[in-house]
Ligand binder design. Structure first.
Ligand code: COA
Length: 226
C-alpha cells in the first residue's frame, strides 16, 4: 500500500491584518471577537493556512477552495466542511506558537493526525515533572542548558501532537504518552513514542522552533511540505 501523504506547512504569523480579507463573513465576525490582537492574528493565520492546505490536498479549484469552512468538533479538534455542511474527505490539525502557525492535513476524514509547534525556551524542570513520565525524566535531568531546553520542547511537542491526534488534548494526562525524540539530522526525525496501539510520530527543529507530527493510523506515511 502506498504511504499516506501528510502535507504540512509552517507559516510565520504576519503582523498586520491583511489576511482577514481571505476570511468568510462569519469567520471575520468571530475574529473581531477575540480580545487579544495576538490571539486574533494566530487564529486568522491558522484559518487561511489550513484552508490553503486542504485546497491543495484535494486539488480544489479557487471558487471551491474559498468556500471551504473550517469547523471544530465539541472537543475543539478542527475539521473542514463545505458550506452545505458536508464534511470534506480530509483530516487536519492546527497549532500556533512562537509567532508561527503549523498545520498538517491528510486525505480521508476522521484520521488521527496531530501537530504542534513550540519555541525552544528556558523551561523549569519542576513544571515538567507534571508532564514527563518516569521513563522520560532521567534523560532530561541529565541534560544541561540549551540541550535540556531542546529536549523538553521536543517531548512537550510530541505529547501535544499525539494528544491532538486523539482529539483529547490535555484532558488526558500527558504522562501517559511516553516519548523519546530519537536521533537524526536537521530534517524530520522519527521519534519513538509508546502509543498503546498503532501510529508513529516525528519531530523537526527549525531555528528556534520545534514541530512535532503524530499519525495514529495503520501504514506508512510520507511527510510532504505544503
Ligand atoms: C488542544 C490543546 C492541546 C491546544 O493547545 P494550545 O497550546 O492551547 O494551542 P496550540 O496552538 O498547540 O493548538 C491550538 C489548536 O489546537 C486545535 N485543537 C483544540 N482542541 C483540540 C482537540 N481537542 N483536539 C485536537 N485539536 C484541538 C485547534 O485547532 C487550535 O487552533 P485554533 O484555536 O486556531 O482553532 C489544549 O487547548 C487542550 O488540551 N485542550 C483540551 C483540554 C482542555 O481544555 N483542558 C483544560 C486545560 S488543562
Amino acid at each position: 500500500m502506498a504511504p499516506t501523504r501528510i502535507l504540512w506547512i509552517l507559516r510565520p504569523i504576519p503582523q498586520g491584518d491583511a489576511l482577514e480579507r481571505r476570511l468568510g463573513c462569519a469567520e471575520r465576525k468571530r475574529a473581531r471577537g477575540f480580545g487579544s490582537t495576538r490571539r486574533r492574528r494566530e487564529w486568522v493565520c491558522a484559518r487561511v493556512t489550513a484552508r490553503d492546505l486542504v485546497a491543495r490536498l484535494l486539488s480544489l479549484p479557487p471558487a471551491r477552495a474559498r468556500a471551504v469552512v473550517l469547523d471544530a468538533t465539541r472537543s475543539g479538534a478542527p475539521f473542514a466542511r463545505e458550506r452545505s455542511g458536508r464534511r470534506l474527505p480530509v483530516s487536519l490539525s492546527i497549532a500556533h506558537g512562537g509567532g508561527w502557525v503549523a498545520c498538517a492535513a491528510a486525505k480521508g476524514a476522521g484520521l488521527r493526525l496531530g501537530v504542534d509547534v513550540e519555541p525552544v525556551a528556558p523551561r523549569r524542570l519542576a513544571v515538567f515533572r507534571r508532564v514527563l513520565s518516569p521513563a522520560e525524566l532521567p534523560a532530561v535531568a541529565r541534560a544541561r542548558g540549551r540541550a535540556r531546553d531542546v529536549r523538553l520542547t521536543r517531548l512537550w511537542c510530541l505529547k501535544e501532537a499525539v494528544l491532538k491526534a486523539r482529539s483529547t488534548g490535555f484532558a488526558v494526562d500527558p504522562r501517559t504518552v511516553v516519548a523519546s525524540p530519537g536521533r537524526g539530522g536537521p530534517g524530520w526525525r522519527r521519534a519513538a513514542v509508546r502509543l498503546r496501539g498503532r501510529g508513529r510520530a516525528w519531530c523537526l527543529r527549525r531555528g528556534v522552533l520545534v514541530v512535532a507530527l503524530a499519525w495514529l493510523e495503520e501504514g506508512e506515511a510520507e511527510l510532504v511540505q505544503g
